[in-house]
Write a protein that binds this ligand. Structure first.
Ligand SMILES: Nc1ncnc2c1ncn2[C@@H]1O[C@H](COP(=O)(O)OP(=O)(O)OP(=O)(O)O)[C@@H](O)[C@H]1O
Ligand SMILES: [Mg+2]
Length: 236
């Protein structure tokens, strides 16, 4: 059984289908890259999975249970978390405090357990040396790491990443990739990115969306090399 799946899911904005009848099954341990031109519906699909948007049609299933109507906080508890493109941090709190919040309220850990878990998360995300710093003082790379740390601190089994590498230099992207690889075991990661280099070597599967619809879905190298991708996506 899939860890999480969308069943014929659509989201309409006015007369625009941001997501148009997408069915996809995502399994534990998978790294799934999600690409497509601007406006293809990638962020909307992540929002439907995370629960910040409700579909106008179709269902979201998690291990056979219908979670379509669960609000965001209940989905976090159910094991779904998202890292946003624009880091959403509490700037006057320290890095550690920012990561403690989802450990308490998402993973629902006790003070003692949250302390131990947060140190592990900071280690995995290369942020241990920044733990006591105010979030406001971080550079872009560290803010991206913090966004990942906050998402993983709630102990998700479904980790949704929206352009966490956007705006970074190539060496910085390489270090974010190392972090994402460490977060992979035991969960499914869906990673939206415009930069294919970011996804290569982390994602074994590649999903392509265009105009709200799922265009391609398969092994990364196969999909990447396909004529449809080259003409539809790369040409734009
Ligand atoms: N809240 C909203 N209200 C109205 N239209 C929206 C809303 N969110 C998205 N859309 C529209 O839905 C379509 C899909 O948008 P979405 O943000 O999901 O695309 P995307 O693939 O993430 O694009 P990008 O690569 O630019 O981030 C676009 O036509 C967009 O204008
Ligand atoms: Mg987007």
């Amino acid at each position: 059984m899939a860890l999480i799946s969308t069943v014929d899911v659509s989201r309409l904005f006015g007369s625009v289908y941001a997501v148009d009848r997408v069915s996809v099954e995502l399994n534990e341990g998978e790294g799934v890259g999600l690409i497509g031109p601007n406006g293809a519906g990638k962020t909307t699909l992540l929002s439907l999975l995370a629960g910040s948007l409700k579909p106008t049609q179709g269902k979201i299933m998690m291990e056979g249970v219908d979670v379509t109507m669960l609000p965001v906080f209940a989905r976090v508890t159910a094991g779904i978390a998202r890292a946003a493109q624009i880091p959403q941090t509490f700037n006057r709190l320290t890095v550690r405090e920012n990561v403690l919040l989802p450990a308490y309220f998402g993973a629902r850990l006790s003070q003692h357990d949250a302390g131990i878990w947060v140190d592990e998360v900071l280690e995995m995300t290369d942020l241990l040396r920044r733990a006591g710093q105010q979030a406001a003082s971080l550079g872009l790379l560290d803010r991206k790491r913090l966004e990942l740390a906050k998402a993983v601190a709630s102990k998700p089994r479904v980790l949704l990443l929206d352009e966490v590498a956007a705006g970074l230099t190539e060496p910085e992207i390489a270090s974010i990739k190392e972090v994402v690889k460490r977060l992979q075991p035991g969960r499914v990661i869906v990673w939206v990115e415009h930069i294919p280099f970011a996804l290569q070597g982390v994602c074994s599967r590649l999903l392509v969306m265009d105009k709200g619809a799922k265009l391609l879905d398969g092994p990364f190298d196969e999909v990447w090399a396909s004529d449809v991708l080259q003409s539809t996506y790369m040409g734009m």
